[in-house]
Design a protein. Structure first.
Length: 201
């Protein structure tokens, strides 16, 4: 079943795609400025042990042209906070300098759309998307995603990983001595929820 959707129908389609995923979710959007509901669903997705891959535009180079804009700099700070939180959760984050693709998919559905994961786009722009559920389209899109990842740079923030390593302390049985979570092993990441549990102890 393929279907065409537009405007305010795109957001709930993306939310449902994430909610119903069981194996993986791929989110490709040059610009990222998430609304709370979507951000929460992505975090819940990682807590269900679903693999999440996020590919965005190389924001350092994109925003560097607009250093005089206070608003854009604030958005960049918010973007970095979001990416750091996603890294805590175990999301694979990549950046690509020439990215223009908007693609959202799981092992069940694929959505090719004109809409970025950007709240302004959701609220004000005229947007269009096509939903696919056939295996052949999904295989072709997975091949494209694989190629795109190979041409992208993985987003890494050493401060984030230092915090995780300092916060997650396994005993000799592999249990975290701070929050009690079991089976703590290298390599990280641990979940963002797990990390936050340390702050209350």
């Amino acid at each position: 079943m393929n279907k065409v959707i537009s405007n305010h129908h795109i957001n709930p389609e993306i939310i449902d795609l994430i909610k119903n995923s069981e194996k993986y979710v791929v989110l490709i959007s040059p610009y990222l400025y998430l609304w709370k509901h979507l951000k929460d669903e992505i975090i819940k997705c990682t807590e269900r042990k679903v693999k999440v891959v996020l590919i965005i535009k190389d924001f350092d180079k994109d925003y560097s042209k607009n250093k005089s804009s206070v608003q854009l700099n604030k958005r960049m700070d918010l973007l970095e906070d979001t990416l750091e939180e996603f890294v805590f959760c175990g999301v694979e984050v990549y950046t690509n300098e020439s990215l223009h693709t908007k693609l959202y998919m799981s092992e069940k559905l694929s959505l090719i759309s004109s809409m970025n994961l950007y709240d302004w786009s959701m609220k004000t722009n005229q947007e269009l998307g096509v939903v696919f559920d056939d295996d052949d389209t999904r295989k072709q899109l997975n091949k494209y995603v694989k190629e795109l990842k190979s041409n992208s740079i993985i987003y890494e923030n050493e401060d984030v990983w230092d915090d995780i390593r300092e916060s997650c302390v396994p005993d000799r049985f592999g249990n975290c001595i701070r929050c009690g979570k079991s089976d703590i092993k290298e390599p990280f990441p641990v979940s963002y929820t797990h990390l936050r549990a340390h702050e209350t102890r």
